[in-house]
Design a protein around this ligand. Structure first.
Ligand code: UTP
Length: 291
């Protein structure tokens, strides 16, 4: 096998409309919703950096400029923090600062689907393998989920997507694996179907919002074939890679919270607050009042 190219790039699509979170998302990007005290986009970037990613591309759309501001240096804020002696807050801001030139944005003018959003990043991706993180899937993992995918990529080469099992009655909301061989942690794949009818789903193993893909997927996306919901589906383009490149699902270790969904976002607040030593007692205390 020729030497694998290292995984250094990540694409983060944030151009969706976030209709499930209206009216909160009317003027504000869904990815700026905080969980405890960090916006969703920050968790995704941190997770990618923990996997060794050095170059980031946000696929933005109308009303998403706040996401880019979030990664800028807030000069006036930093000076005020310094003057007021808030050194811990200042140190945290600086430690998390985005290195100059590491973040670029591409505009998806019309939200034509996730596949179309990824295709908009084609010049950024070039000839390199790349990760995709959908920031509204918030991961709580001991080892960064993207780092787990990167490790699997180094083992198998080719494409690796994070997967989880869902109850049969929910498979119609996801991209679903048609399994060639289930080896436990890794599952080799012979096909993929986006949002299948429940009785036609080939398995209950579904793709979550974390991927490592090879650049050849762009050639398939370029055809702009419409799939489920009339959108250009990433799953359909990925399915066309199977046979010519390795394609695996990875049962990642950790938990996922669907923060594009109100109940999922609320659950994430509780789970992340309970994991914080400075908040756990207070949260446990007030939760008792509601149960
Ligand atoms: P969702 O299916 O969650 O859609 O997109 P959405 O528009 O963000 O939210 P709802 O369903 O209306 O509430 C999954 C991911 O794909 C991105 C979204 O930003 C999100 O990260 N996406 C989707 C795009 O970037 N462009 C698109 O055309 C569609």
């Amino acid at each position: 096998m020729p030497a694998l190219k290292p995984l250094k790039k990540a694409v983060l699509p944030v151009a969706g409309l976030g209709t499930r979170f209206l009216p909160a998302t009317k003027a504000m990007a869904k990815e700026m919703l905080p969980v405890v005290d960090r916006p969703l986009i920050q968790y995704a970037i941190d997770e990618a950096r923990a996997a060794g990613i050095e170059q980031f591309c946000l696929i933005t759309g109308r009303g998403k400029t706040m996401l880019v501001e979030h990664f800028d240096v807030a000069y006036e804020l930093e000076r005020t923090l310094q003057e007021r002696g808030k050194t811990a807050e200042l140190a945290q801001l600086r430690a998390e600062a985005m290195p100059p030139g590491a973040l670029v944005t591409v505009r998806q003018q019309v939200p034509m689907g996730l596949g179309h959003a990824i295709w908009c990043a084609r010049h950024f991706i070039g000839d390199d393998p790349f990760a995709i993180l959908l920031p509204d899937d918030l991961m709580q993992c001991e080892v960064s989920c993207t780092a787990q995918l990167a490790a699997a990529y180094r083992e198998t080469g080719g494409n690796v997507v994070a997967i989880e099992e869902v109850p049969r009655e929910r498979v119609n909301r996801y991209g679903v694996l048609d399994v060639l061989e289930d080896k436990g942690k890794l599952v080799s794949v012979k096909g993929l179907v986006e949002k299948p009818a429940i009785d036609q789903a080939p398995s209950n193993l579904t793709i979550i919002g974390r991927y490592v893909l090879m650049p050849e997927v762009l050639g398939h996306l370029a055809r702009m074939e419409r799939g489920a919901g009339g959108e250009v589906q990433l799953t359909d383009a990925m399915a066309k890679l199977i046979g010519s490149q390795p394609f695996h699902g990875l049962r990642y270790e950790g938990r996922r919270f669907d923060c594009g969904d109100k109940a999922g976002w609320l659950e994430a607040q509780i789970a992340f607050a309970l994991a914080r030593p400075d908040m756990a007692d207070a949260v446990r205390g007030f939760l008792r009042n509601y149960l």
